[in-house]
Design a protein around this ligand. Structure first.
Ligand code: CP
Ligand code: NVA
Length: 300
């Protein structure tokens, strides 16, 4: 099994459940441990972040360790210095590296040469740390993951990719609804045994949870206007939540663009669990650091 967490596919079912169990224990016990005592995490960011940066740093501190924030522009990742050299340097100083990158190959390159565990803190292709918090939130709400029905409405992006990979391991029943041209990879849909339904109102029927993400991801700003037009009709509104049966919870990885992929009434309404999800980013990332950097055993 890989020493790195570049995508959810780096996990198997046992490891996925181990991470979720550890995260639940940490949350219930308001855990502050010593797994990272004397250890340092380097955090490279090529893109902005609120949740990922804060939770990685707070998690490192809660586990007795330390995190160093590195602005990729200042490091000159791949510009001032090749990715390989940055990785080989960092590997001599720190016990783990996290990286939020424009291109997935950059985080993969860091993993190849760092000699210490590398955690993907979001790339154009994957967002594994988000999917862990998403699963934890679903499990909290439904007491299980297998058979929970999740409807994802919006862009077939990095967040959906990690969610589908996680669904495949956990046995979630996913229905995906995107406009034409924004579908996720067909092979991935098949691996996750997910259904694709073009009409969002049909897609959400019988859903336990409705999930959406921004229509324009970081790095796609030049396409924002076209995307606004293409995604018309895919907004999560009270009417769409009603079509899900009225009991469904609402999920979003955040940040949200209110009035685009979701209206504020839903995101801040009684069925919304977006801030539980955000909280669970802390507990799940703590579990990731404890297992990957802290030597916490995967079983037992
Ligand atoms: N959901 C998420 O990754 O948030 P940030 O971009 O703020 O880290
Ligand atoms: N899909 C979004 C997620 C942000 C957390 C992006 O990549 O910008």
């Amino acid at each position: 099994m890989s020493n790195h967490l570049l995508s959810i596919s780096d996990l198997d079912t046992d490891r996925l459940h181990a991470l979720l169990r550890t995260a639940e224990q940490f949350k219930n016990a308001r855990y502050r441990g010593s797994e990272l005592r004397g250890k340092t995490l380097a955090m490279i960011f090529e893109k902005p972040s609120l949740r990922t940066r804060t939770t990685l740093e707070v998690a490192a501190v809660h586990l007795g360790g330390h995190a160093v924030y590195l602005d990729a522009r200042q490091v000159g990742l791949g510009v001032r210095e090749p990715v390989r050299d940055v990785a080989e340097n960092l590997g001599r100083w720190v016990e783990g590296v996290s990286a939020r990158v424009n291109k997935h190959e950059t985080v993969a390159g860091l993993a190849e040469f760092a000699g210490v565990p590398v955690i993907n803190a979001l790339s154009d292709a994957h967002h594994p740390l988000q999917a862990l918090a998403d699963l934890m939130t679903l499990k909290e709400n439904f007491g299980r993951l297998a058979g929970v029905r999740l409807a994802y409405v919006g862009d077939g992006n990095n967040v959906l990719t990690s969610l589908l990979e996680a669904a495949a391991l956990a046995g979630l029943e996913v229905v995906v609804s995107t406009p034409e041209g924004y579908e996720p990879d067909a092979g991935l849909l098949e691996r996750a045994r997910a259904r694709f339904v073009r009409d969002p109102f049909e897609a959400v029927q019988g859903a336990d949870a409705v999930y959406t993400d921004v229509w324009t991801s970081m790095g796609q700003e030049a396409e924002a206007e076209r995307r606004l037009r293409d995604f018309a009709g895919y907004t999560v509104t009270p009417e769409l939540m009603e079509a899900a049966g009225g009991e469904a919870i609402f999920l979003h990885c955040l940040p949200a663009h209110y009035g685009e992929e979701v209206v504020e009434e839903v995101a801040h309404g009684p069925r919304s669990r977006i801030f539980d999800q955000a909280e669970n980013r802390l507990h799940t990332v703590k579990a990731v650091l404890a297992h990957y950097l802290g030597g916490r055993p995967w079983s037992g």
